[in-house]
Design a protein around this ligand. Sequence first.
Ligand code: NDP
Length: 325
Amino acid sequence: MKCILIDKPEGHYQSHLTEVDEASLPSGNVTVQVHYSTLNYKDALAITGQGPVVRSFPMVPGIDLAGRVIESSHPAYRPDDLVLLNGWGVGEKHWGALAETCRLDGDWLIPLPSRLTARDAMAIGTAGYTAMLCIMALEKAGARPEQGPVLVTGASGGVGSFAVALLARKGFEVVASTGKLDERDYLKALGAREVIDRAELSQPGKPLARERWAAAVDTVGSHTLVNVCAAMRYGGLVAACGMAQGLDFPASVAPFILRGVHLIGVDSVMCPRDTRVRAWERLAAEVDGPLLETIAREITLAEVIETAGDIMAGRLRGRVRVKIA
Ligand code: NDP
């Protein structure tokens, strides 16, 4: 089978497109023919070696797949079933989806929602699913459109683009923070009411700032998340899922103890199955073809390594879907 393989011979990190014997696939009770995968920030970290994503070598990256079951000894799946996978350490410690074939634990799979094609599902991928998890977390904590503006950071990225579009479709007034001000029209087309320069948020700031946001989705971390928390309105809700600026959080407790700000962590990788299924059901109901075409571009397996470099250099907007078969 054709796949991207990451290896570290004599300590020298390398990723390449290659052919691997299917006998080398890891153990698992379901074998899937991958139709589409995606390229996320995490995959780009893994492929370029710029972040400690890969836990063992050699590794096939790829945290997302949509495809067709070839073989299964799992009670829930039979050959020809269409399935979806996001996370569970696939592409990090278990061979992943940037490959023609993937062998997995069937407990990690969910059926592809009937309203989505494999191609649509991978335009959404982990980014869209994580954006939905953030929105579900904010709603569960009580966020409502009439409370005031919602900030989305890293707005032109995969998670950010979906967060902007899905929040706007629910009637929220969305303010998009971006380093790509030339993507203003794209962000407005997704539904952003206002676009701000991320430079306003990325430097060390004060523990408390003018109260601006009722809620926020942060994909950036570091000083940006600190400044987001500092500018929340009283009782404001922040869903934090990313670290594009950094994993650090050099914050003061002031927003939490003086303004009752809630900081809610969002994880897609180990997220329980029933929450995943609900998130994907909502995605299937709330996205449409034109939105997916606006957000996603499509590449082949042969273009993955170069595109991973573009992601790390911050040159791309939206999502990257990878056509496998
Ligand atoms: P993308 O690369 O598509 O988007 C990241 C965006 O962050 C960029 O487009 C850019 O947006 C902004 N950005 C990049 N570098 C910086 C920087 N130095 N300072 C400030 N902003 C920056 O990534 P994804 O959308 O796929 O993922 C976003 C983040 O969320 C990543 O950190 C990823 O690891 C994390 N993530 C976490 C998940 C979880 O389960 N918790 C699941 C999925 C993703 P702009 O130019 O518009 O400012």
